[in-house]
Design a protein around this ligand. Structure first.
Ligand SMILES: Cc1cc2nc3c(=O)[nH]c(=O)nc-3n(C[C@H](O)[C@H](O)[C@H](O)COP(=O)(O)OP(=O)(O)OC[C@H]3O[C@@H](n4cnc5c(N)ncnc54)[C@H](O)[C@@H]3O)c2cc1C
Length: 290
């Protein structure tokens, strides 16, 4: 892999970028070190150009809204591509196509403005389309993949059945970058959609403070319940604390480091394994070295 960024900077031309960029602002935990280079494409064309320049030449990682990542305090030794400015939406018939950086909240709004139903259950999930599809985000026994028609990457377009969706997984995690996603929407009525949105909003219990949502996967058990049972609710390591509201959330204080959060995750896994012989696995994605 190359580590001379001068040539890359020239090739990026006017695609916005910043050398030695603090990644704290790109993660909902608000922690993490520096990236050698961060790139902020403003369109799918700029995103594809960026990927084609870095792929095979530089270490790189794509970040959407950073609501499910823990970034090392040592940062990322390579190029971080933020998709947050790649965000146009088109609606044609009952197909809604969204660029990877579009917020899920914007997709839901666009849908309801057009009297389409299908993704209301994701209301309140602070994700981008790319991140949500890569993670196959979901709740209430539904997943974003339920509404997908196809996904386009820098390489090709994949039909839903080719995306290898399973619980919090798709072929795009650590794979090709999702450039845009086409959702198949159901026609509905304004009142019905608003009622669904209201009920999902009132059911949602997002943790207060800086978190990544659920830290651990619920694989045949509820991780939060198990963590509670081993007595770790409220447990703290420096600036990182198991939420008092729900034990599957970790809340980061202003002074928290990624190391604090990582050590807390490690402590939880060790205690749960020792007391319950259950191997919890992380839903949160690590970026950089831990
Ligand atoms: C308050 C709160 C509530 C939450 N509630 C839920 C919930 O109910 N259900 C749920 O499933 N999750 C939930 N989450 C977790 C999180 O929002 C989801 O996992 C979401 O899908 C992550 O989207 P993102 O854009 O923030 O992705 P990021 O955190 O930026 O990235 C997550 C992963 O996706 C990859 N990625 C991002 N963009 C792309 C792309 N364009 N192409 C390929 N890979 C990409 C990244 O490399 C990384 O591996 C919650 C988080 C918070 C903070």
């Amino acid at each position: 892999m190359l580590n001379d960024y001068n040539q890359l900077l020239t090739l990026l031309g006017n695609i916005p970028n910043e050398l030695n960029f603090s990644l704290k602002t790109l993660s909902s935990f608000g922690t993490g070190g520096m990236a050698k280079l961060a790139v902020f494409p403003r369109s799918t064309d700029e995103l594809i150009t960026t990927i084609n320049l870095v792929k095979g030449n530089y270490n790189y990682v794509v970040i959407g809204l950073g609501s499910n990542v823990l970034i090392s305090d040592n940062g990322f030794d390579g190029v971080v591509i933020s998709t947050k400015n790649v965000n146009s939406i088109t609606v044609k018939s009952n197909l809604l196509t969204a660029d990877c950086g579009v917020k899920i909240s914007s997709v839901i709004k666009e849908m309801s403005d057009n009297c389409f139903s299908g993704l209301e259950f994701l209301v309140g999930v602070p994700a981008s389309v790319g991140g949500a599809v890569a993670m196959n985000a979901g709740c209430y026994n539904k997943s974003i993949s339920d509404a997908i028609k196809y996904v386009t990457t820098e390489v090709r377009t994949y039909s839903k059945s080719e995306c290898e969706f399973s619980y919090r997984h798709s072929r795009f995690l650590n794979g090709e970058t999702i450039i845009k996603v086409c959702f198949l929407m159901e026609n509905s009525e304004e009142d019905v959609i608003n009622e669904k949105l209201k009920s999902y909003k009132s059911a949602r219990r997002n943790p207060k403070g800086k978190t990544c949502g659920s830290v651990f996967k619920n694989e045949g058990y509820f991780a939060g319940k198990i963590i509670d049972e081993v007595g770790l609710k409220g447990y703290k390591i420096n600036g990182a604390q198991i939420s008092n509201e729900h034990a599957n959330f970790i809340v980061a204080s202003e002074t928290a480091t990624s190391k604090d959060i990582y050590n807390l995750i490690k402590t939880v896994k060790e205690k749960v394994y020792k007391e319950k012989q259950i191997q919890l696995s992380e839903e949160v994605i690590y970026i950089g070295e831990f």
